[in-house]
Design a protein around this ligand. Structure first.
Ligand code: ADP
Ligand code: ZN
Length: 577
């Protein structure tokens, strides 16, 4: 259809074909709505009068639209938009810089980290295996619950308690349990969060935290990794750290500043009390130190049972066995053990955790992930002899630990195979190891190398024994220098703790013995190792046939459990040592 012409429009209006007209003078246009609903735009003359008349005569409704108004509106809106954007943008910028300034000035009062936990559902019964620490902290709970009982008697309650223990021993858990038992708010912050880019932020954060805590008293503040702020001042490489010192000073000021019995108790955790600034330990500050030790066997069983509460175990699982097999595990590692086992169980679509999954989890945690079995037969053979060497020597040393499992399944991280022992429950619990036991450890550790030597000859021995040898050196050295187990006599020549932490003890301490004594120590260590080696070789030579048979089976089976091993090693008639 052709566009409507002006003259056509006039005639259409006259003939009544047009429904309505919308005149837009500024654009010199008229928008025509025809009777059939379709619309046309027709140009008109400036100040057109004719169309007005025609429309009037024909009684066609005509509207005039003043677009100027519209445009003015649109223009205003446009400007307004700009203004709005500018204002928003400005305030955004302002806010950003205000935030930065606040952060630098320490005015971040809305800091989410300073919000306390108020309803903690952790209780003392969820913490197992660290009974000593629990006992000492019971008093703190009573205080938080009924401070009046103490204040009435004029008793002073420690403001600060330092929890010292390895990572994962349950320090955080313990602190939470105290807050949970007492039903008080729990503020928690890590020492590293205090140490920020800007000098002074840490200090103001400390100030804020104490202010908030006092408002909520009675309550508990938990500072994790306090060593990251509380290090010996002026120590460490490159001199002091201004920010850390300011933070520490602020912490000390706050602790001195709040009145005794104000209802705020600060618990701080660290695994290196030895690097802490002594000022922290003064009376009225952290004047109580509680050691949180690794759990003993009974403790481990308790921790396992806490974490087994929420996990369905098969009837065959005896947690006491698993507690025995996990010496040196922290609470966190034990919890992880059951968690890994639960994951494996879920993956196998089973409904109950059995010994098999826990075993798997234990090996994954202690040895790393399993890698595919070795294809190279001669390597497999060598590793089998090495591991059987350890196991067989252990079986024939009266004071050695019992063999639990031998395996030649490799692990990622370079472990070719392993021999696992049942640790001596009593020795581990009491912490007392006899000279006989330690010597047996040396012989067993050298069993692998001894087997390689006998079977493959002195030139084919491998470096696979290197970690065994390191074990031997450190045990033998301790026997000589610390425990007085050598002809050198009952003197301790080296102190117990290895002081290799940063800051306080970068400078090596000098040994407390003369150079000539050092030589004698080396000789004694060597003698011990050589004697142990001879013993291991002697045992394996007398057991050569049994060793060969065991190796043949191990190569096929790839792992032997305690029972299989005892049967094949012809140990059934022997008493279990
Ligand atoms: P830490 O603060 O000493 O590093 P955590 O308290 O954070 O250790 O421990 C981590 C987790 O390990 C806890 O949440 C808990 O599940 C488990 N755990 C650690 N110690 C124990 C314990 N003594 N009893 C029960 N569970 C524990
Ligand atoms: Zn070995």
């Amino acid at each position: 259809m052709n566009p409507l012409s002006y003259s056509q429009l006039i005639s259409n209006i006259s003939s009544g074909e047009v429904k309505s007209l919308l005149l837009i003078p500024k654009r010199r246009q008229v928008i025509v709505t025809l009777n059939n609903g379709s619309k046309e735009i027709v140009s008109i003359l400036p100040d057109d009068q004719q169309i007005l008349e025609v429309a009037k005569i024909s009684n066609v409704p005509l509207e005039v639209k003043d677009v100027r108004e519209e445009e003015a509106m649109a223009g205003m809106l446009g400007n307004l938009g700009l203004v709005v954007i500018v204002v928003l943008g400005l305030s955004f910028l302002l806010r950003r810089s205000a935030q930065a300034a606040n952060r630098a000035m320490g005015f971040t009062r809305t800091d989410a980290r300073l919000k306390p936990l108020t309803s903690i559902d952790i209780r003392f019964e969820d913490v197992e295996g660290i009974d000593d620490a629990k006992l000492e902290l019971e008093e703190v709970i009573t205080f938080l619950r009924h401070p009046e009982t103490f204040t009435k008697l004029g008793a002073k309650i420690p403001k600060g308690v330092l929890l010292v223990g390895l990572p994962g021993t349950g320090k955080t858990l313990l602190a939470k349990a105290i807050a949970g038992e007492a039903g008080v708010p729990f503020f928690s912050i890590a020492g590293s969060e205090f140490v920020e880019l800007f000098v002074g932020v840490g200090a103001s954060r400390v100030r804020d935290m104490f202010k908030k805590a006092k408002e909520k008293s009675p309550c508990l503040i938990f500072i994790d990794e306090i060593d990251s702020v509380g290090r010996q001042r002026g120590a460490g490489i490159g001199g002091g750290n201004d920010e850390r010192e300011q933070t520490l000073n602020q912490l000390l000021t706050e602790m001195d500043g709040f009145a005794d019995n104000s209802g705020v108790i600060v618990l701080a955790a660290t695994n290196r009390a030895d690097v802490l600034d002594t000022a922290l330990m003064r009376p009225g500050r952290f004047d109580r130190t509680i050691f949180v030790n690794l759990p003993d066997k009974k403790g481990r069983e308790g921790i396992l049972s806490v974490h087994a509460r929420s996990r369905p175990l098969a009837d065959e699982v005896r947690l006491s066995d698993w507690a025995l097999r996990t010496p040196g595990f922290s609470g966190a590692q034990l919890s992880n053990l059951l968690n890994e086992a639960a994951i494996l169980t879920a993956r196998e679509n089973k409904t109950q955790i059995t010994n098999k999954q826990i075993e798997f989890a234990l090996e994954r945690i202690t040895l790393g992930l399993a890698s595919p079995p070795l294809q190279d037969d001669s390597k497999k053979r060598l590793i089998a002899y090495h591991e059987i060497g350890h196991a067989l020597v252990a079986a024939h040393m009266p004071h050695a630990d019992k063999v639990d499992k031998v395996s030649i399944l490799p692990r990622t991280g370079g472990i070719g195979g392993f021999t696992r022992f049942w640790p001596d429950e009593e020795a581990i619990d009491s912490g007392l190891f006899s000279k006989n036991y330690l010597f047996a450890r040396l012989v067993v550790a050298l069993g692998g190398r001894a087997a390689e030597l006998i079977v493959f000859g002195p030139n084919e021995i491998t470096q696979g024994a290197s970690s065994d040898l390191q074990n031997v050196s450190s045990i033998a050295r301790e026997m000589v220098t610390k425990f007085g187990f050598s002809p050198l006599g009952p003197i301790a020549l080296e102190t117990g703790n290895k002081q290799v932490f940063l800051g306080k003890n970068l400078i090596q301490t000098k040994p407390t013995y003369a150079d000539s004594t050092g030589k004698v120590i080396d000789e004694q260590v060597r003698t011990l190792a050589n004697t142990a080696m001879l013993k291991a070789v002697g045992i394996l030579e007398s057991q050569r046939e049994v060793m060969d048979k065991l190796v043949d089976v191990l190569i096929v089976e790839e792992t032997l459990n305690a029972e299989q091993f005892r049967r094949l090693a012809e140990l059934e008639h022997m008493p279990q040592n």
